[in-house]
Design a protein. Structure first.
Length: 416
């Protein structure tokens, strides 16, 4: 019980006791002394009551903040205990789900329809202290397990914002109008007419579905135990992230793929370099960003390049006789440099040339939006591997990509 409530109740008891004594025409000495004691206690309690209210007010504000975030923290705690092994055994043997896994699956099914077992995106993250692998570990031989190599997530490193959508389409209005100011030419002159506030809607639509198939043998299901969960999580996580990263930048916009940043019709400025890759080419693009008020300085700009471009810049001096390589100058000046062989296409032509992408955040708005719908739908194929008792799983994920403001992006082509 709050201290202020306790004091308030005591004050009511004192008032009730005083009213009984005051109602007497000739109170005894004991009653007179009691009145004096009760009166002194009442005055002291008034001070204590005000102090308790002040103290509890800050506690209420802290509790309010905790309550506002408690739901997310409790959900994240449940997701951290989600077991993919239970989902696999449920699909293979019909074993009942239990614990946090059952709670999460029930909650996700209430939010949307799934043919199989819904798996939250956060459940695919690598967890500290776990053994992860792409193959089936042998429980009789202790040996280090070498993971398969997957491209790291590039979209978030260049500033893309990941948006989780339960169902339906989502549109994000982005301001595109420019407000101008003008001085009054005379004492009674006008300062200029107002300009309309304009926004452009950037829709994310659930039209693109990514699928990943995994085949688990009967032996692996019976032999591996908990280690199988880590293998499934690692492979599913890496494969989906690799495909998503590639689609965010190189998606064809056809045959089920979303339109990637480098391919789609987003009206992004594209500058043909048609020369050897150099820091000067990137510096000129940074100047264009600053002139367009899309960046306050080079530290606001992030560059996405191929490994071959890094190799060229890291082998070229800034100037003849200088003691600094062009990549070092670029890394010192820009807010970040991301190197990826998955997000950008391999060099082509003679001489071999490739592309680079520069991004910046303007007004806290991410340059790229990536929408993920609901959870991953994990479905069992009961027929393909029935003869061997194996389990074939298909993981379906719905995603889309859009650009917030084209002015926050620039493509450099022909970097030789």
């Amino acid at each position: 019980m709050l201290e202020s409530v306790k004091i308030s109740r005591r004050q009511s008891e004192i008032r009730q006791a005083l009213s009984t004594i005051v109602g007497k025409d000739a109170p005894s000495e004991d009653e007179t002394r009691s009145m004096a004691a009760l009166d002194a206690e009442y005055r002291t309690n008034e001070t204590r009551y005000r102090a308790a209210l002040i103290s509890e007010d800050s506690e209420r504000r802290e509790a309010k903040n905790e309550l506002e975030t408690r739901g997310d923290r409790e959900w994240n705690d449940l997701v951290s205990r989600f077991e993919l092994r239970q989902a696999a055994l449920f699909l293979d043997e019909g074993r009942a789900l239990s614990g946090p896994t059952n709670e999460i699956v029930t909650e996700l099914r209430n939010r949307g329809g799934y043919r199989g077992v819904p798996v939250p995106w956060a459940a695919l993250e690598k967890r500290a202290g776990e053994t992860i692998a792409s193959g089936t570990p042998n429980p009789f031989r202790m040996a280090p397990i070498i993971d398969r190599l997957f491209a790291e997530s590039v979209a978030t490193r260049v500033g893309a914002q990941i948006i989780t959508i339960d169902s339906g389409e989502a549109e994000y209005p982005v301001a595109t109008s420019a407000v101008s100011a003008a001085w009054a030419a005379t004492e009674t002159g006008a300062v200029g007419s107002p300009s309309a506030y304009q926004t452009t809607d950037r829709p994310l639509k659930p039209n693109s579905t990514l699928g990943v198939q995994m085949k688990l043998t009967r032996k692996s299901l019976k032999q591996s135990g908990d280690a199988l969960e880590q293998a499934v999580r690692r492979d599913m996580n890496g494969t989906i992230l690799e495909a998503l990263d590639k689609a965010v930048f190189q998606g064809a916009g056809a045959n089920g793929e979303p339109a990637g940043v480098l391919i789609g019709s987003y009206s992004i400025t594209s500058t043909a370099i048609a020369a050897t890759a150099s820091w000067a080419a990137f510096r000129a693009a940074v100047v264009r960003f600053m002139n367009a008020n899309a960046a306050a300085g080079p530290g606001d700009v992030t560059a996405l390049i191929r490994p071959e471009v890094w190799d060229k810049l890291d082998a070229s001096l800034v100037a003849t006789g200088a003691f600094k390589f062009e990549f070092d100058k670029m890394r010192e000046s820009l807010g970040g440099v991301v190197i990826s062989s998955n997000a950008l296409a391999a060099p082509t032509g003679s001489p071999a040339a490739t592309k680079a992408l520069l991004t910046t955040k303007a007004g806290g708005v991410a340059p790229i939006f990536v929408g993920l719908w609901g959870a991953i739908d994990l479905i069992r194929d009961p027929f393909s591997d029935a003869a061997s008792g194996g389990l074939r799983l298909t993981a379906l994920a719905t995603a889309d990509v859009t650009v917030s403001r084209p002015a926050q992006l620039e493509i450099l082509t022909g970097l030789q």
